[in-house]
Design a protein around this ligand. Structure first.
Ligand code: TRP
Length: 344
């Protein structure tokens, strides 16, 4: 059998996942797990780079995210799922890569200044925040991944990873690290309940494990085409976030029927929403049922993650043996040295 190519990706632990996360990274990972040797992990150390002053949520968020991963269909029999902070080897490689990474590479990373400005209520003038991409490089190359599925916001980090891997191989005259490629995930921006991009910080999310009643209420309150004021006004479906959801959850023929019904004012917004509710709930029902099952069996989830951690750790440990050899650290001393006394 041909060996499958290895890919790796991580998510910062943001807690329960919303529909934007589902259609962005997660559905893509679920597809990939049947085609590649997949490593997927919770980047909880990366969460600390911005939340070091209030880390109280990180552990709970990690748990919630893992439950959502498994509920949505990530399969521990197909992919290796693990927690970054459980694999100490990442920290060792991060330290060693820090030795060879020129500061200007980090200072000119576009996400560095951008994020500092965006999150201006936090003090991000820290060593850890500047080093964010070095840790990410360690995450990726410690598993010798060939591909890194990410959204376009992460491309600068993958580029930096490539440069760091090349520099390591060159500096220590070895080929320990393959140079990984980004596998760009095309994600249509999913609008939130208010029509802006769905984002936890805007409070406009539908979570994949929201109770059915909550989802019903959220959709009924959702904004629609702002120009369709009265029931008899013809609407423009492309201006309504409700229609954007229909494209994801309704059959092609129903999508066409709704578009036509909206343009001719045959269908009102409430009817349109009711049809969406039916279809969305049908899509989320198996996920919610699986989540309930897993919540009742926390021990099993812990076992799954321990098994994933162990598999990841064993790969990471092998790489680190080679890394130490390449640099000339650790075991192997006393082998070739001459006697200081006899000179022989
Ligand atoms: N920086 C990524 C994000 O914010 C998360 C991440 C950490 C990651 N390490 C990674 C993604 C390694 C891919 C590979 O989304």
């Amino acid at each position: 059998m041909m060996e499958r190519k290895r890919i790796l990706s991580g998510m910062r632990p943001t807690g329960r996942l919303h529909l934007g996360n589902l259609h962005g990274a997660l559905d893509n990972w679920i597809q990939l797990q049947t085609q590649y040797d997949c490593f997927f992990f919770v980047a909880d150390w990366h969460a600390l780079t911005t939340d070091y002053a209030s880390p109280g949520q990180i552990r709970q968020n990690t748990w919630d995210m893992v439950l959502d991963w498994l509920s949505a269909g990530l399969d521990p029999n197909l992919a290796t799922l693990f927690i970054q902070s459980d694999i100490k080897e990442h920290a060792e490689l991060y330290l060693l890569l820090g030795m060879i990474t020129p500061l200007p590479w980090l200072e000119r990373n576009p996400t560095y200044k951008e994020q500092q400005q965006q999150l201006d209520q936090k003090d991000l003038a820290t060593y850890g925040f500047l080093g964010y991409p070095v840790l990410q490089a360690a995450d990726i190359i410690i598993y010798r991944a060939h591909g890194v599925p990410v959204g376009k916001d992460q491309l600068p980090h993958v580029e930096l990873t490539r440069e760091i891997a090349r520099r390591f191989n060159f500096m220590y005259q070895c080929e320990v690290f393959p140079i990984p490629d980004a596998l760009l995930t095309e994600v249509p921006v999913l609008p939130g309940l208010d029509g802006r991009k769905m984002s936890k910080s805007y409070g406009n999310c539908i979570y994949i494990t929201d109770p059915e009643e909550t989802i019903r209420e959220k959709i009924l309150k959702m904004v629609t085409d702002p120009q369709r004021v009265r029931r008899n006004d013809p609407g423009n479906p492309e201006l309504s976030p409700v229609f954007a959801y229909h494209k994801l959850y309704s059959s092609p023929s129903e999508v066409m029927d709704i578009a036509e019904g909206c343009r001719t004012a045959r269908i009102g917004c409430v009817d349109c929403k009711k049809r969406l509710i039916t279809n969305l709930l049908a899509r989320l029902r198996p996920i919610r049922e699986k989540r309930i099952e897993l919540e009742r069996d926390a021990d099993r989830v812990r076992e799954i993650m321990e098994a994933g951690n162990a598999a990841a750790r064993s790969q990471a440990a092998q790489t680190m043996e080679e890394v130490r050899q390449a640099i000339g650290l650790g075991k192997g001393y006393g082998g070739q040295s001459e006697s200081a006394v006899t000179g022989m």
